[in-house]
Write a protein that binds this ligand. Sequence first.
Ligand SMILES: Nc1ncnc2c1ncn2[C@@H]1O[C@H](COP(=O)(O)OP(=O)(O)OP(=O)(O)O)[C@@H](O)[C@H]1O
Ligand SMILES: [Mg+2]
Length: 226
Amino acid sequence: MDIRFASASVSFAGRAALQPLTLSLTERRIGIIGLNGSGKTTFARLINGLVKPTAGQVTVNGLDTVRDESATLAAAGFIFQNPQHQIIMPIVHEDIAFGLKNRGLKADEIERRTVTVLERFGITHLARRRVHELSGGETQLVAIASVLVTGPGILILDEPTNQLDLKNRRLVESTIGGLDEHTIVISHDLPLIERFDRVLLFHEGRLVADGTAEESIRAYHQVAGC
Ligand SMILES: Nc1ncnc2c1ncn2[C@@H]1O[C@H](COP(=O)(O)OP(=O)(O)OP(=O)(O)O)[C@@H](O)[C@H]1O
Ligand SMILES: [Mg+2]
């Protein structure tokens, strides 16, 4: 994985959400922390092109998020802050198969990949359930499976353990910890972030710490004043 920001910045209606940023991300597990409104989601959305830089450039494995829009979207999957927002089909099996149908795969290949991903996440028993009747933890696992079934090498998760009880939190944390894909996780769940290779701290639209989990979490306590 090689993600590069070259003086990339974002403004919404003339108001700066992210100050110009130059960095490169190559580590396997990257955490993003910071107070509410500090620019975390904006930063993460730049990576797969859901947000475009107002100035500067963002590339993912050499693909430009503006010029190579669909290739970047395919290279980096994104799990939204509220996974309900990305579930499209009513039944779990159909929702997971949906992204593969869109890619024009044959029916037997779609079925094979869907069954494999359901097994990988231990959710085969949910295949025929209605998505909107699932618990928060189950919904999160289905959302992750629906994105990973299409084979992105990079997975970006925006607060994946938010709103989960202790049991579901542990389930989702261990699932994320066991992923083969490169993962970039925004989280207020510091025990999850503690195990990551590199942690970025945002504050008021600026990257203010970039180092080990221990260093960035210490800096987070300082900017939060607690
Ligand atoms: N689409 C948008 N239009 C206008 N302003 C936006 C938009 N998206 C984000 N912002 C603003 O940019 C700033 C950073 O927002 P962002 O969502 O990146 O923060 P965050 O760190 O993810 O916060 P949270 O922890 O609450 O999710 C905020 O001031 C927000 O209001
Ligand atoms: Mg956010």
